[in-house]
Write a protein of this length. Structure first.
Lengths: 117, 115
């Protein structure tokens, strides 16, 4: 069965520290997509990144970077020089193909990040 | 313009009542979803429609009934509300094809409180 595991329930760091959020997935699909979303205290779900399973290049966007390793089925997310505004719940997600030709999105249980001033 | 909008944002109602949540997307996507987020923040899919056709119906009580009048709208009607239905309900849409799978675009959520 498709599954996303975010083993870290909650992480606390002091501002300016680097922090890595782990994501491990299981899938039977040969082509799939992985995602990260941020849910700040205001409650909306903010899309951060999408990664195709054929694209194993790491990506950097400002203070954010993502490390995709197909060999270990991991898609980890690193925030460099964390800021208080990074405090949120972060979700890793996986697309699961359906026989109808569509997809559904399976979410991990989320990691709550607290950045302390 | 808001891509995925759902109303209302907050809904407080008594047990036993019937209520609806509306969702509209202006992205031209073919697929829409309803997700439920419980108090522990766990996001679980409830329903999915593709071009107005029901694709996914997870193990959800039949008190919950989705309706898609057209591919831009997916409403959720809940009968005989129970305390355990209290949660945040998210509507989402995406564009899916053999060659492309976009991310899911989420509405701002509807916080349902049953008292």
């Amino acid at each position: 069965a498709q599954k996303v595991t975010q083993a870290q329930t909650e992480i606390s760091v002091v501002e300016k520290e680097d922090v890595t959020l782990d994501c491990v997935y299981e899938t039977r699909d040969t082509t799939y997509y992985l995602f990260w979303y941020k849910q700040p205290p205001s409650g909306e779900l903010v899309f951060l990144i999408r990664r195709n399973s054929f694209d194993e290049q790491n990506e950097i966007s400002g203070r954010y970077s993502w490390n995709f390793q197909k060999s270990t089925s991991s898609f980890n997310f690193t925030i460099t020089a964390s800021q208080v505004v990074d405090s949120a719940v972060y979700f890793c997600a996986l697309s699961e193909s359906l026989t109808s030709g569509t997809y559904k999105y399976i979410f991990g249980t989320g990691t709550r990040l607290k950045v302390l001033a | 313009d808001t891509a995925v909008s759902q109303t209302p944002k907050y809904l407080v109602t008594q047990m036993g009542n019937d209520k609806s949540i509306k969702c509209e997307q202006n992205l031209g996507h073919d697929t829409m979803y309803w997700y439920k987020q419980d108090s522990k923040k766990f996001l679980k899919i409830m329903f999915s429609y593709n071009n107005k056709e029901l694709i996914i119906n997870e193990t959800v009580p039949n008190r919950f009934s989705p309706k898609s009048p057209d591919k831009a709208h997916l409403n959720l009607h809940i009968n005989s509300l129970e305390l355990g239905d209290s949660a945040v309900y998210f509507c989402a849409s995406s564009q899916v094809s053999r060659l492309l799978n976009t991310e899911a675009f989420f509405g701002q959520g509807t916080r349902l409180t049953v008292v």
